[in-house]
Design a protein around this ligand. Structure first.
Ligand code: AMP
Length: 372
């Protein structure tokens, strides 16, 4: 299938052509025709990095009236980084259209955003808390919304946005079309879908909860005191590595990052003890690949929207399988190959079995690289 066959406007085809999109990704093949041809709600189960933004963004941009000066579409996302990312993607897709897109998110001076909203945009991309603030100030009106997208709905719930989301859903018109994206389908999402969405279609891309097929999963068994050496060897064996090293605690994150830096590797740490400005700096350096290795906790890495990682390294296995799939979903994106490596203690082999069962994939046991 080609993008042309999807009946998108010429302006959109030109813009995505410039971005180098040749063929629609699976989620796009399913979601774009659905949104263009049906008038019903949609729940799409898809991992991050599968091309979701274009999947909902292109049909919405196709249907928005750029000459009607009202907010016609609202996209809700869990973090400011994702918000900015989605907004930038939509701006790129609509380069040849006259659609105005404004991102609003917490953690930034509200005055800048208030100013941007002086001219009504057709699309708002928002984190839930800041959006409610702006609605309460009377700066954003959602009465004319035609499309509502909940992106990474499971993450939004994980981050405690449940009530905010329900408030927002209750303030938008019933005539809106709702599209919900989630990597997983916890009971709470099913409840929200049932309560706030009209009869909806469910689309699953890939196996539920499973990682992308482009990711190979491997593990090494190591004694705790050799763990760092194994990590070093993994990095040495992959000089072009661009990856995240996931640790369990802030303390461990700091220690591993310090150790790597002392040993001359291009690494830095991302954890909750850093100020927002420090986190932004580290994330930006990593995004532009000035950093090869980011050592992070799950929570700190949540806000980071980076695709194209060559490796995800589980310096410690996470406590739950969902975090494992989230972590490894950060590699193998956009049809590139990726590796998810875990360094485990022999006592943790049962955890690998659990992950394999839910992932529906084998995690290959490899001989520990020589650490002498
Ligand atoms: P997303 O899941 O929306 O974050 O997309 C993941 C990555 O895939 C982004 O870097 C997109 O720019 C890229 N992408 C999305 N759709 C396509 C496509 N059809 N062809 C090539 N790259 C794409």
């Amino acid at each position: 299938m080609t993008f042309k066959e999807l009946n998108l406007k010429e302006e959109i085809l030109s813009a995505i052509g410039e971005l180098g999109f040749e063929f629609p990704m699976p989620v796009q093949e399913k979601v774009i025709p659905f949104m263009l041809e049906n008038n019903t709600d949609l729940v799409a189960l898809a991992q991050t990095g599968t091309g979701k933004t274009a999947a909902f963004g292109l049909p919405i941009l196709n249907m928005i009236d750029p000459y009607q000066k009202q907010v016609q579409a609202l996209v809700l996302a869990p973090t400011r980084e994702l918000c900015i990312q989605i907004s930038n993607d939509l701006k790129n897709f609509s380069k040849f259209l006259k659609t105005r897109i404004v991102p609003v998110y917490g953690g930034e001076d509200i005055r800048t955003q208030l100013k941007q909203l002086d001219t009504t945009p057709q699309i708002i991309v928002a984190t839930p808390g800041r959006l409610i603030d702006l609605i309460e100030r009377g700066k954003i009106k959602l009465e004319s919304i035609r499309f509502l997208v909940l992106d990474e709905a499971d993450e939004m719930l994980n981050m405690g946005f449940k009530e905010d989301i329900e408030t927002i859903l209750a303030t938008t018109p019933d005539t809106r079309r709702t599209t919900l994206f989630s990597a997983t389908m916890p009971a709470e999402i099913a409840r929200i879908a049932k309560k706030y969405m009209k009869e909806y279609t469910e689309i699953t891309v890939g196996t539920k909860n499973s990682g992308s097929d482009n990711v190979s999963h491997i593990f090494y068994v190591s004694q705790a005191k050799q763990r760092y050496l194994v990590l070093k060897r993994i990095v040495d064996l992959n000089p072009d590595i661009y990856g995240i090293v996931f640790c369990r605690t802030r303390q461990e994150t700091k220690e591993v990052a310090d150790h790597l830096m002392r040993d001359g590797y291009n690494a830095d740490a991302l954890h909750g003890d850093l100020s927002q400005a420090q986190r932004d700096t580290v994330m930006q350096k990593f995004r532009i690949r000035n950093l090869q290795l980011l050592v992070a906790t799950d929570v700190a890495a949540r806000g980071l929207d980076v695709s194209d990682l060559t490796h995800v390294i589980n310096y410690n296995l996470p406590d739950d399988v969902e975090s494992y799939t989230h972590r490894s979903g950060r590699t193998g994106r956009a049809n590139k190959k990726g590796v998810s490596v875990s360094v485990i203690h022999s006592k943790e082999k049962f955890k690998i079995k659990d992950i394999e069962r839910i992932l529906g994939k084998k995690i290959e046991h490899q001989q520990k690289p020589n650490c002498q």
